[in-house]
Ligand binder design. Structure first.
Ligand SMILES: [Zn+2]
Length: 170
């Protein structure tokens, strides 16, 4: 065990001291008030709640590199749809995503070159055709046998240059 690295998190902890002074969500439960789950990328340009007009308590946000539907996303969505009020799921990758800009092998080669680490035991799930991958992922959720019946699943692409969400027929 080691001491918490206070120095590295000083800004976040200081901001939290301010945040709690006007904290207004103490009455919320873990149920998504507006029945929405958004699966999106970890990209720091995306504020998933804001882009869809949501606030704390309204929606479940699931994030990973590339907004891909992984086993863990499915696991989380199953729980969210049975226990936490989720009735609609939006899969939302974005423009200019590093995970949609090249082959899996290129990312492994880049990390190998710059950091000397062989990451090929991981599958990064990069895509070469973002739209096709989105259609596959949306249908992966739709056809997942354990998902709560009646849940609606849609796909859309978020534009990081202007904030627009463009729905995609899947
Ligand atoms: Zn991304």
């Amino acid at each position: 065990m080691s001491d918490f690295p206070h120095e590295e998190f000083a800004d976040a902890l200081a901001a939290n001291d301010e945040y709690i002074k006007s904290f207004k969500y103490s009455e919320l439960t873990g149920v998504a008030q507006r029945g929405l789950a958004i699966v999106t990328c970890m990209d720091s340009r995306i504020n998933p709640l804001s882009v869809a007009g949501m606030k704390s308590g309204d929606a479940k946000i699931l994030r990973n590199a590339g907004a891909r539907v992984t086993e863990d996303v499915l696991r989380t969505l199953v729980l969210a749809t049975y226990l936490l009020g989720v009735k609609r799921i939006l899969i939302m990758p974005h423009t200019n995503c590093r995970m949609a800009m090249g082959e899996e092998a290129d990312i492994h080669a880049l990390i190998q070159k710059e950091h000397g680490v062989d990451t090929r035991s991981l599958e990064f799930r990069t895509v070469t055709d973002q739209r096709e991958a989105l259609i596959t992922d949306v249908n992966r959720v739709r056809s997942y046998p354990l998902l709560n019946a009646g849940v609606v699943v849609g796909g859309a692409i978020y534009d990081v240059t202007n904030g627009k969400i463009t729905p995609v027929d899947c």
